[in-house]
Design a protein around this ligand. Structure first.
Ligand code: HEC
Length: 159
């Protein structure tokens, strides 16, 4: 009888632990966080390509708005893509993690760089909603520097 009680207690404890750890099981590991943000960064590269292709004519403006919207949403989320413990030393991924320690040493500056991209893309959404094609082409020139402002300080050189 005592044995049975103990078994039940252990079973209950096991069940409770199992349920308690369920949310953790679905949380991303540091490696997954790094891989997910690289995938998202590559989406930024794709969106840049679509803007580049569609910036020269008013007919392309809807695609420019769509791609700038992807960039804008990513820029807003970006500060959350870099939780502590996901830097290139903690999670090397065979040298494929390029997130420098400076991100966490100068987090306000890093977040400001994300904000800079957020502003550039928001302006593009507004400008490309109109028919001034010169203004769209001028605005596109601001994207590269907005990406580079962050990469130059916070991303290690890609091999
Ligand atoms: C606020 C900082 C910041 C901004 C702004 C930013 N990036 Fe990044 N980017 C990073 C960091 C840091 C990494 C490295 C992430 C890692 O390796 O886990 C990265 C990685 C990348 C990669 C992956 C390279 C690879 O193969 O490993 C691409 C592509 C990329 N960024 C494109 C862009 C583009 C395009 C823009 C602008 C539209 C942009 N990024 C804006 C910080 C930024």
């Amino acid at each position: 009888m005592k044995f049975r009680t103990l078994t039940l207690t252990l079973a209950a404890a096991f069940l409770a632990t199992g349920l308690g750890s369920a949310p953790q099981a679905s949380a991303q590991s540091p490696m997954q966080v790094h891989e997910q943000r690289v995938a998202s960064m590559k989406e930024l590269g794709g969106a840049m390509g679509r803007i580049n292709q569609n910036q020269k004519e008013v007919a392309g403006h809807p695609q420019v708005v769509a791609a700038a919207t992807v960039i804008n949403n990513h820029a807003k989320a970006m500060p959350g893509w870099f939780p502590a413990g996901t830097d290139m030393v903690a999670v090397s991924n065979g040298g494929k993690n390029h997130a420098k320690a400076e991100i966490w040493q100068a987090k306000a500056e890093f977040d400001a760089a994300a904000k800079g991209l957020e502003t550039v893309s928001a302006d593009m959404i507004r400008i490309a909603a109109g028919t001034d094609n010169n203004a769209v082409q001028e605005q596109f020139k601001k994207f590269g520097p907005a990406c580079g402002a962050c990469h130059s300080k916070f991303r290690a050189p890609l091999q």
